[in-house]
Design a protein around this ligand. Structure first.
Ligand code: HEM
Length: 462
């Protein structure tokens, strides 16, 4: 028997004449693997290397601005985006009482989402002049196609699914609309970067990155948590009316950031600043309600409880990011310029390492079927499970402190501290990837053992 808040294991397989064995939909593992590959080969690898290149400690100083943009987009589109798309495409049909999305849709869509990441990692940063511009345009157009595909799948499921008034539906619907909006915005990014020989204008790129963090990613962070996390901690999921205020602030903030992309100078900075203020307040208000920032996850099995600290740390980091966004955004509105860069850098990385990275690792352990067997084991969590938490916590502290201090210390000190944080977080994600592989192998073995037991001696159904 499973208790409320626990994700039950599939019942043992039953074989017999006319009985179809249930097939587990495993394409989410492809999305997870692609997100991990993008993080380890791209986003986090660049996080460790690019700050060293920027200070000439390793080769590549002339490529540094291109590597920074590549790092940002690989993290948002590859690490966060692929994970959010994969989990949303798996979970939303279940929440909405629909059949799983078939592999003939999810597999080609995964290919479409991965293609622009390959261009962003292997072409855009390494080319020059018109060739770099053309590669950026291709990356933008491919990104647009993939985002439109995710929006179409989620929109279809939500439109045909059971109706209801829970908060997660509103966030999932808003998230799907944002994936649709991301399509023309990504093509626009490609167009602007093509004009800049592969580099989009800094303010335009920054506003789009924040809009993506709040819109297509942020809505799912609040939506998926609101359905399950309060239950883990013994609370009821917050009703839609309670989440309406944070949802409006989050989406209003993302909308203002998009409007800022169309302007230049002081007007753009003021609008983007106002967007950061609204989005930041939305996070500070919404994360403690939809997720949890304190308490014990006593409704989880004892074996799964340690994973809840990822969720707590992620949400606390998200609230800190929200406060810094509000402070940095206020300074931008007041000055009509790109003020408070250290606050915004720290906020971006508290958000990226907190409600994105720590939450990905925590929620994967708590709800991904691949860890279902591990969640029932009686042994205590091993080092493969414990080390990523502490490594990420250290990386988060160092990266946020380096960002906050960037106005006061030398450029080299800021960048070298960042490189240390980058190496620690790469290691954390690498260890997690090894644990996913181990879980996939164990899961196969355990399911085979259950099946053998169900068949009994002589291979006959029991
Ligand atoms: C410890 C891990 C990380 C390190 C060391 C790191 C390092 C850096 C550095 C040095 C910059 C350039 C700052 C500047 O020159 O102004 C940067 C920018 C950025 N980072 Fe990270 N980062 C990390 C993790 C992340 C994560 C997890 C995300 C998002 C999920 C992220 C998103 C971004 C974005 C969007 C930018 C701005 C890119 C642009 O200007 O186009 N980073 N990061």
């Amino acid at each position: 028997m499973s208790r409320a808040g626990e994700i039950p294991l599939e019942p043992p397989l039953v074989r017999g004449a006319g009985a179809e064995p249930a097939k587990e939909d495993r394409t989410y593992l492809g999305y997870m693997a692609a997100a991990l590959a993008s993080a380890l080969l791209g986003g986090f690898a660049l996080a460790a290397w690019m700050p060293l290149a920027a200070t000439e400690a390793v080769p590549g100083v002339e490529r540094a601005p291109r590597l920074v943009q590549a790092h940002g987009w690989l993290q948002l589109q590859g690490w966060a985006g692929l994970f959010v798309a994969g989990m949303a495409i798996r979970i939303v049909p279940r929440f909405a009482g629909r059949r799983p999305v078939p592999a003939r849709v999810t597999v080609p869509l995964l290919g479409l989402l991965v293609a622009p990441l390959v261009v962003r990692l292997f072409a855009v940063p390494w080319l020059d002049g018109e060739a770099a511009g053309a590669a950026a345009l291709v990356a933008g157009i491919l990104t647009a196609a993939g985002c439109a595909g995710v929006a179409a799948v989620l929109g279809h499921v939500l439109a045909r699914g059971r109706r209801g008034r829970e908060a997660w539906r509103w966030f999932a619907a808003a998230g799907a609309v944002w994936w649709l909006a991301w399509a023309p915005l990504a093509a626009w990014w490609g167009w602007r970067a093509a004009g800049g020989d592969g580099l989009a204008p800094a303010a335009f790129d920054d506003a789009l990155a924040w809009a993506v963090m709040l819109g297509p990613v942020g809505n799912f962070i609040l939506g998926v948590q609101s359905r399950s996390v309060p239950v883990f901690f013994g609370r009821r999921p917050p009703p839609a009316r309670v989440m309406a205020g944070p949802g409006l602030l989050l989406n209003g903030g993302a909308g203002l950031l998009v409007l800022a992309m169309g302007l230049d100078g002081g007007g753009a900075a003021r609008l983007a600043g106002a967007g950061l203020v609204l989005g930041g307040l939305g996070l500070c208000w919404g994360l403690p309600l939809a997720g949890a920032v304190r308490g014990r996850a006593h409704r989880l099995r004892p074996r799964a409880r340690p994973a809840a600290r990822f969720v707590l740390a992620a949400n606390l980091a998200g609230v800190a990011a929200g406060l810094l966004m509000a402070a940095g955004g206020t300074a931008m509105v007041a000055e009509g310029g790109y003020a408070a860069a250290p606050l915004r850098d720290a906020a971006r990385h508290l958000f990226g390492l907190g409600p994105i990275t720590l939450l990905i690792l925590g929620m994967a352990r708590l709800i991904a079927p691949v860890f279902a067997v591990a969640r029932t084991e009686s042994r205590a969590p091993g080092w493969l499970e414990r080390a990523p938490f502490w490594l990420l916590l250290a990386a988060l502290g160092i990266r946020a402190a380096a960002g906050l201090a960037s106005g006061a210390v030398s450029y080299d000190a800021w960048m070298h501290a960042s490189a240390v944080a980058g190496a620690l977080s790469w290691l954390a994600v690498g260890i997690f990837a090894a644990d996913v592989l181990r879980a996939v192998r164990n899961e196969r073995r355990t399911l085979a053992a259950i099946e053998t037991a169900a068949l009994g001696p002589g291979g006959r159904a029991q």
